[in-house]
Design a protein around this ligand. Structure first.
Ligand SMILES: O=C[C@H](O)[C@H](O)COP(=O)(O)O
Length: 156
């Protein structure tokens, strides 16, 4: 299985989980590279800047996926989704995390440090790394429809 380049980011509210998840990602056989896009320490950089930076790394081909943490996960997903071509979701249960890849081919997963326990987040992230999207699956047609809508909207 191809090893993944993961952009990892958080705001201040997600920094503790980012630090711990970074260790997990770096130790994982499924990961070839972790790109830390901040924040560092108690930087006050707001979540949209971190989310867009990570999403742009994916859009430009420099990363395969991103894992982003804020207080709820919601703002990170909203911001990352503004980058063309990016599908970002917040998911805190195993089935949704699996579907985010297998069904939605979402490149970005976001967690909320304030709403999911650390051990659950660590297990979810570990499983997330094992899933791959099948471009020949029935789900691919729907993901392509999202892409087609986005492309047509941006060119009109
Ligand atoms: O969705 C946003 C995040 O939860 C963030 O960590 C907190 O954002 P706020 O400080 O604007 O509420």
């Amino acid at each position: 299985m191809e090893r993944l380049r993961i952009a990892l980011g958080s705001d201040r509210a997600g920094h503790d989980y980012k630090t711990l998840l970074a260790e997990d990602l770096q130790a994982s056989d499924a990961v070839i590279k972790v790109i830390d896009v901040g924040v560092h320490g108690q930087d006050k950089i707001p979540y949209p800047k971190i989310a867009v930076t990570a999403a742009q790394l994916i859009a430009s081909g420099c990363a395969d996926r991103a894992l982003l943490i804020c207080h709820t996960g919601l703002g990170m997903a909203i911001a990352a989704n503004k980058v063309p071509g990016i599908r970002a979701v917040t998911a805190h249960d195993p089935y949704s995390v699996r579907c985010s890849i297998v069904s939605n081919n979402a490149q970005v997963l976001t967690f909320g440090q304030g709403v999911v326990g650390l051990s659950v987040a660590r297990r979810l992230a570990a499983k997330w790394l094992t899933y791959r999207f099948d471009p020949n699956s029935s789900a691919a047609v729907k993901v392509e429809a999202i892409h087609a809508f986005e492309t047509s909207r941006n060119s009109s």
